[in-house]
Ligand binder design. Structure first.
Ligand code: TXA
Ligand code: MG
Length: 313
């Protein structure tokens, strides 16, 4: 399959280009598009065949459900039979934005999207290209991250091209994403609700709106609630060493003096989140044997960064 790659202005998306991409979604094809977190690989949520193609293109396990992206509140009515009060409050506060909310699904959502679960994960992304694409497609868009299964989530169109060129209909190049880590996922079907994946929207910010929320510690979960959590996450070919203090880095260089070492260094958590997945991919391309990186405080947005770092080890 020939994959068409098209640049779209993320500040002011060209309408005709968005329409062309939306037509692909309407006709049951796959389009990769930027969101504020990472790039997504989208299909019409109600078209089972199209959704199936997502799993095939990514090599994604059949029991790992997808997030459904909406551009307006009206679209949620087709996905759920009832919007719980806490969901409404979170949507009002954080949407559009990097928060995915899991609630009980309606019968209209095909099983292939939720992998047979009775809940559905929904979010409204804060990215003009994504929002216009959903709007023009006239349907919610099911979209996992647009990487091959087992690779880090893509934060530029080049990453998507590296992984999916020739396997999907179109890749929209809307430049580098804003956040760089996947959305926070909160499961509202649990009481108290549980954060299944930490992200830019923090535990503290969520508790301010809906009260007590559990962090995803093993003791709170009887069975894996986010099926994606049971899969091996991406770890670069290089061994990832997380150090507590900067002076420990010297010791790593001493200990592994015969190895090709890449030190990752960032000025802030925001910058680290934005570049981490790109730096993992780059390190692999350049055949580094060791990646050394200083930890950040496991607090607020730092939780999301440490979560991805630990999974990369
Ligand atoms: O930022 C993001 O969330 C990006 C962009 C594209 O929106 N998407 C993303 O999707 O990271 P994905 O498929 O890579 O991760 C979705 C996670 C998976 O771990 C999946 O298991 C979980 O969400 N998930 C989806 N539906 C679920 C459900 N009904 N119950 C529990 N977990 C669910
Ligand atoms: Mg993913």
């Amino acid at each position: 399959m020939k994959t068409e790659i098209i640049k779209i202005n993320s500040r002011n998306p060209e309408v005709y280009k968005i329409r062309e991409a939306a037509n692909i979604i309407i006709n049951g094809g796959l389009v990769a598009f930027p969101t504020e977190t990472v790039y997504g690989l989208g299909a019409n949520v109600f078209n089972k065949n199209a959704v199936k193609k997502i799993f095939i293109a990514k090599g994604r396990p059949q029991d790992n459900p997808l997030i459904v992206h909406v551009s307006e509140m009206k679209q949620i009515n087709s996905l759920v039979s009832e919007i719980p009060y806490n969901a409404k409050k979170l949507m009002k506060k954080f949407w559009p934005g990097p928060l995915t909310i899991i609630i009980k699904k309606s019968k209209l959502v095909p099983d292939i999207v939720t992998c047979g679960l009775d809940s559905v994960a929904i979010r409204m992304p804060k990215n003009k290209i994504a929002l216009k694409l959903i709007e023009q497609s006239k349907c919610p868009i099911a979209a996992p991250s647009a990487n091959l299964s087992g690779k880090p989530s893509p934060t530029t169109a080049e990453h998507v091209i590296d992984d999916l060129n020739g396997k999907i209909d179109k890749i929209i190049d809307g430049g580098k994403v804003n956040i760089g880590l996947e959305s926070t996922i909160i499961d509202l079907t649990q009481n108290p609700p549980i954060i299944l994946r930490p992200g830019k929207i923090t535990h503290k910010q969520i508790e301010k709106i809906i009260g007590k929320v559990q962090k995803n510690k093993k003791e709170f979960i009887k069975k894996p609630k986010s099926p994606g959590m049971k899969y091996k996450h991406y770890s670069p070919n290089a061994k990832v060493i997380i150090v507590k203090k900067e002076n420990e880095i010297k010791e790593v260089y001493k200990k592994y003096s015969d190895k090709k070492i890449k030190q990752l260094k960032y000025g802030s958590e925001i910058e680290m989140a934005k570049n981490l997945f790109k730096d993992f991919r780059d390190a692999d391309k350049k055949c580094y044997e060791i990646i050394v990186v200083e930890e950040v405080e496991d607090k607020e947005f730092g939780c999301a960064i440490m979560d991805r770092l630990r999974k990369a080890k």
